[in-house]
Structure formats: structure tokens, C-alpha cells
Design a protein. Sequence first.
Length: 373
Amino acid sequence: MRNVERFIGDKLQERKDNLSIRSLSTNIPPVDFCSNDYLGFARSGELKHMINSTLASMQNHLNGAGGSRLLSGNTRFTEETEAFIADFHQAESGLIFNSGYDANVGLLSSVPQRGDTIITDELIHASIIDGCRLSHATRFKFYHNNINDLESKLKLAKGNIFVVVESVYSMDGNIAPLLALSDLCERYKANLIVDEAHATGIFGANGRGLINQLNLTKQVFARIVTFGKALGVHGAIVLGSQNLRQYLINFARSFIYTTAAPIHNIVAVNCSYQYLSKIDHQLIHQKITLFRKALKENHIKTLSSESAIQGILFSSNEATKQAAANLQSKGFDVRAILSPTVALGKERLRICVHTYNTDEEIISLVNYLKELN
């Protein structure tokens, strides 16, 4: 056996031994409390009809882009969609990337330079971490949502300073103290970057996100909005100034050196934004309130969260996996989030609440959770 095969085998065995091995499965329980499809857009027949009708109106559209945006892959419709989304979020400009991962990597690997400083929340998403690693800037992280610790790092920062947070954190579901963060960044002349992946569609007027809700659009250097969560489709956009858009076109490698999204993907994004204006934006919050009220009545401890992401902590990978398996056997698609994805000792069930979860399903899930405690 070659050394590299032995290394691979040893690493996989290590994951098996600590019960953190990942695997793919097509066996999905019928009641969804797992996906990021918070508003039901991914399964919406009405949205699908809008997408298909728009595509049918486009004569001779291609199956694929045929190249990067800088070669054959750009279209007027794509640029109109970028402008439409930027206007929706009250941003000056926007640039679409093929995924949220590509957007974060492209932005953070290209804008901060050697001699600059990036400061991130310790619970920031892996795509942001990877983008920062590709930058030559000095990197710090601060304790989760801890303004005092952030300020201690800002005092050490040099060059152009970038503070990077999520508005809603993907594993805890809690919200960043955006007003305090903005004030602190203003005081230290730092550039605030906010990933709005799990806030878009849920918070703000018509789902515009927390930056819009808090009137911080002028205070934020860049926002990353992804389309694969509440919007139910795929891709992402970096929102910021017109100069930032032009810079990313010239320097963001994850934009420059990849085949562009096909036109049917851009149509899906455009239609999804139009569909946002048609829905009842209070319904998701009613479902979240019902779930948290039922948990409280049954004395089930949960992470503090106003978002669609709800976390229930367990003591180990084994206990969390057993809890998830138990719920899945009852027909509920609830997944275990294990270390090292989350910190050791903070393994949890990550439960996502959706508009299409019936009240009966929510109450039934809570009753089964009570049996696990």
C-alpha cells in the first residue's frame, strides 16, 4: 500500500473511532426538519411554474453557459438580475457567484492584502475561513458575538481592517449584535463584511435581511447573500459598491476561473426574488414561535435563537447520533451535527423550522424530543 493510501485509511478510521465519519444517504425521512428550505421555495409548484414560463419566453436559450462570465458566459439577463437584486437589498451593486462558498472565497481571498488585517467571529462559516486562509492578510478571531474581545483585536490591527461576521449563525441560529459591531467598526475605521445567508428571506421587509432591517446598508462594506437557503435555488451574490463589483470581476479567482451558471439557474434566482413579494412573511415566524413555545412548555433546553435554525445540545457524538436516529425512525428528518463541525462537547441536533411544517408535526416532534431528555 502506498503511503498516501495508508494516510487516507488512517484518517478515515480515526473518524470512525470517534463516531464523526460522514457519509451520503438517499434514505430521507418524510417530515423535513433538516433542510435550509425555510420558506418552501425549493418545493414550490408556483415558483417552478414562474421559472418554466420565463424560460419558455426566452427563445433559443443555451443549456450551459459555455465558459466563464469573462468569456462566453455573460448575458444581459444576468446583469439585469444582479442590478435587480442589488436594488432589492438597497445596495449600489452586486456580482453573482456560483455558490456562497465561491462568493466568500472570492471576496476574502482577493480584497484583503498583505499588511491588512481580517478579524472574524470564532463561529464563522468554513467558506469564510477558507477565503481568509487564501489571503495574505494577518488574521485574528474573536469570541462569539463578544464586542469587548473584538475591540481588543481591533487595537492590534494594521492596514485595511476587515471584520467578518454572519448575521445569523448557521449552527447556533443566533443573531450577531450588528448595531454594536457597526458602531465599533466605525470607531476603528474597519470594514464590516456580513454573510446574510440565513437571514435573507426571514428577516427584514419582504425578506431583505437583517442589514436592511437595522438600516445598516450604508455602514457595511460588503454583504454576501446566498440563494440556496430560504430562496430555494442556487448561487450567491456579493453586494457592495460599483468599485467592489469591478474589482471582483478583475481579481476574484473563484469568479474569473469558473464556468458561469447556466441561464436557467439565473432565471430561477430572478423568479425566486419576485416570488418573495408574494408570500406571507409572518408565517415562518409564527412557526418558530410555536416550536419554541412548545419546547419551553416541555422544559426542553435549546440554544437561544429567533431564526429558523434551532439547536438542542447533547454531550457527545454518540448521544447526538442516537437521538437523530431515534427521531428519523419516527419519520422526522432531523440531523446530528457532530464535532469537529462544532466544538467538542457542543454536539447538537440542528432543527430547521419551515413554513410547510404543520403545527401537528411541530408539536409531535417536540413530544418525541421530550422522550429523549
